[in-house]
Ligand binder design. Structure first.
Ligand SMILES: *Cc1c(COP(=O)(O)O)cnc(C)c1O
Length: 340
């Protein structure tokens, strides 16, 4: 990290090479493969970075492992705490167990039992508190203040961003002449890391951020010029939901300065991406994981040179996946209403 937050980029190449040295022994180096169908469709070589094959089913393990392994021995002895019930929670639980560090994930009583069990299966303690995410956060604050545990946030932290950015180093190694990289964008930890790592070596590479139309907090914040809140809406790309934090410290600025374009996809386009992954690429991906493929498969993004599309995660309910790939016109908003 450079000392002056206002002059130049927050992250330099050494942040990513040292994160890679830290986590290299505990994460998978995922493959990059040619997509024959997308290369033909786009008229340029298109590659898929298969990060949905990462242990725990998403790239979030990279940042979580880097954050846990970078703690002091004293902090490791007290343990880590998180609030995510999704991919960050899984990554953090797994990384902590691997490092022999205690991990507590706090969640509200509204979280479905299958998510509770998924986190417990990874070796974390689950603490159910209150009936909202805000009440769960109060327990987190108490564990930090009274028990000396360390909160590991999902995206807006230098160690998280450095861990996610190790993906950028792998992309440059696998496709040295890459022209454009499509990366998922929610809180922006992933794309901040990938863009910083790639542009430190090849500033001319185009980085395109992919979000969903329903509740894209970073896109709305970029339009406004400062972090803002938008209503959270049900979407097939559920791992892209949530805000960027009104007190955002790193990712808003990094995305603003390094990401060349942000593209938003409809639910139908995201579904098309999941279908493309399955029928053309033989890959099972979740909605968020499919948005980069979706942008190319639907012609929404027309690349001009060798292009890498990131597949970021595979944690989708398999019944939902089955309905989407069978061609059903799934609307998760009305699904949720039907379930009550
Ligand atoms: C968290 C997540 C993202 C978005 O990452 P951010 O760092 O929040 O932008 C994309 N895809 C999947 C599968 C995720 O779990």
């Amino acid at each position: 990290m450079s000392a002056e937050a206002t002059s130049g980029p927050d992250f330099e190449l050494a942040d990513f090479t040292s994160a890679r040295a830290t986590i290299g022994g505990t994460i998978r180096r995922t493959p990059t493969v040619v997509s024959e169908s997308l290369s033909k469709l786009c008229g340029v070589p298109v590659y898929l970075k298969l990060e949905h094959l990462q242990e725990t089913g998403s790239f979030k393990l990279r940042g979580a492992a880097n954050a846990v392994l970078s703690l002091s021995e004293a902090a490791k002895a007290k343990g880590v705490v998180g609030v995510s019930t999704g991919n960050h929670g899984r990554g953090l639980a797994h990384a902590a167990r691997q490092a022999g560090v205690r991990c507590i994930i706090c969640m509200s009583r509204l979280v479905p039992q299958n998510k509770v069990e998924a986190i417990e299966a990874l070796g974390a303690e689950v603490r159910i508190v209150g009936s909202s995410q805000d009440e769960a956060q109060i327990e987190v604050d108490r564990l930090v203040a009274e028990d000396g545990m360390t909160l590991v946030p999902p995206f807006d932290h230098p160690d998280i961003i450095a861990g996610q950015g190790t993906l950028g180093l792998e992309i440059l190694e696998d496709v040295p002449d890459v022209h454009t990289v499509l990366v998922q964008l929610s809180g922006g930890g992933l794309i901040s890391g990938v863009a910083s790592a790639i542009k430190a070596r090849r500033p001319e590479v185009q980085i395109i951020g992919m979000s969903m139309e329903r509740g894209a907090a970073m896109a709305a914040s970029l339009d406004t010029g400062l972090p803002i809140q938008v209503p959270e809406l049900p979407t097939l790309a559920d791992s892209l939901g949530g805000g960027i934090g009104l007190a955002n410290r790193y990712t808003f600025k990094t995305v603003r300065d390094l990401v060349d374009k942000v593209v938003l996809l409809s639910e139908a386009e995201i579904a098309a991406g999941i279908r493309h992954g399955y029928w053309q690429e033989r890959q099972i991906v979740e909605g968020a994981g499919a948005v980069c493929m979706a942008a190319l498969a639907t012609g929404k993004v027309k690349p001009e040179g060798p292009t890498v599309a990131l597949l970021s995660g595979c944690n989708i309910d398999m019944r939902l996946h089955h309905r989407v790939i069978s061609g059903e016109d799934v609307d998760v908003a009305s699904d949720q209403q039907a379930e009550g």
